[in-house]
Design a protein around this ligand. Structure first.
Ligand code: RUB
Length: 320
């Protein structure tokens, strides 16, 4: 089926990481569905239904790890499918997708702001924080605490191979927060000076394990050894319903060219490159997860999942 160029561009931007970070990816997917509805080349109910499903399919196959992406698509499609018998005209269908996508985006933005408010309560005046990669939710906590007048300092890892830590350092620095940029492998060297580690999440499993940017688990391990607390800031749509039914969260492996120049690699004999983009931090190394619904210990992840999705029928979830 024909899919508008604007929609395809969003899918491509997610794939190539022009649009990145789990929350932004989710909002972009919702936006893509909205645009798809607005610019639909099909105007009969049956064709429109199939077309929307195809757009959903395209979006779902851009990046595999961030659960926020299928959860955003599901938020819109599930409501749409449930409402199908009640649509009188094609226009009703189109308007429904547009409004539901807008609702998701609004809810998502409000969740990030709320996480900031809730998380900032756990930050004390004088705290030295460490963050990894570039998480809007983690930044929301840090900036809210800072704007409340708390004197804080942040260590930001550069986050190889894509250096998302530079974005974090720039954002926080521009807001006036004192930032120290460090190499990823300097984390243990500085850990004893850190009061709290705060990171985001791409996905959270039913057992409270957190999937986030590669390197997060080694930071959490180092924090555990130093008795430094680890906070994860994550919206409830980062929790993976599939994991309630025993599914594993796929870990994206990206191109070796992100790690080393292909020409340089070609000069090396018997060397291959692996480039996993995410890793899994077990719940034992996480103190709390800050969600927009409140703060929970990682072991309570199942409660959030049940509230959001009820008991999961996996065949239903995998429909798209
Ligand atoms: C980004 C990353 C972020 C989470 C959470 O990885 O791991 O920590 O996505 O971000 P990538 P947010 O750069 O590969 O997308 O809190 O903004 O959702």
């Amino acid at each position: 089926m024909e899919i508008p160029k604007t929609v395809k561009t969003i899918a491509e931007d997610i794939k190539t990481m022009k649009i990145r970070g789990a929350g932004r990816i989710a909002r972009a997917a919702a936006q893509a569905l909205k645009i798809a509805a607005e610019e639909s080349p099909y105007n009969t109910p049956n064709e429109f239904k199939d077309y929307i499903k195809q757009v959903a399919y395209l979006l779902l196959h851009t990046r595999p790890t961030a659960v926020s992406l299928p959860n955003a698509v599901r938020y819109i499609i599930k409501r749409f499918v449930k409402e199908l018998p009640n649509f009188a005209t094609f226009n009703d269908m189109r308007e429904f997708i547009i409004t539901t996508a807008d609702n998701f985006i609004k809810r998502s933005e409000q969740a990030v702001a709320r996480i900031g408010e809730i998380g900032a309560r756990r930050i004390r005046d004088g705290d030295v924080l460490l963050t990894h990669c570039n998480s809007s939710a983690a930044i929301s906590v840090i900036l809210t605490a800072f704007r409340q007048g708390k004197s804080i300092e942040v260590y930001a890892t550069e986050t190889r191979p894509r250096f998302q830590g530079h974005i974090t350092a720039k954002t926080l620095g521009n807001a006036g927060v004192p930032v120290t940029l460090i190499c990823d492998n300097a984390v243990r060297y500085f850990m004893n000076e850190i009061d709290k580690v705060i990171v985001g999440a791409d996905a959270i499993a039913a057992n409270g394990a957190v999937v986030n940017k590669i390197g997060t688990s080694v930071i959490a391990l180092s924090a555990h050894e130093a008795r430094t607390r680890v906070y994860v800031a994550a919206e409830s749509y980062k929790f993976s319903p599939e994991t309630m039914a025993g599914e594993l969260i796929p870990i994206e492996e990206r191109s070796p060219s992100e790690v080393i120049n292909p020409k340089k690699l070609a000069e090396m004999k018997n060397v291959k490159v692996r480039n996993p983009a995410f890793d899994i931090t077990p719940p034992e190394y996480i103190d709390v997860i800050v969600t927009e619904k409140g703060i929970i210990p990682p072991q309570a992840a199942i409660i959030i999942l049940q509230e959001e999705f009820g008991w999961v029928d996996i065949s239903d979830l995998l429909e798209f």
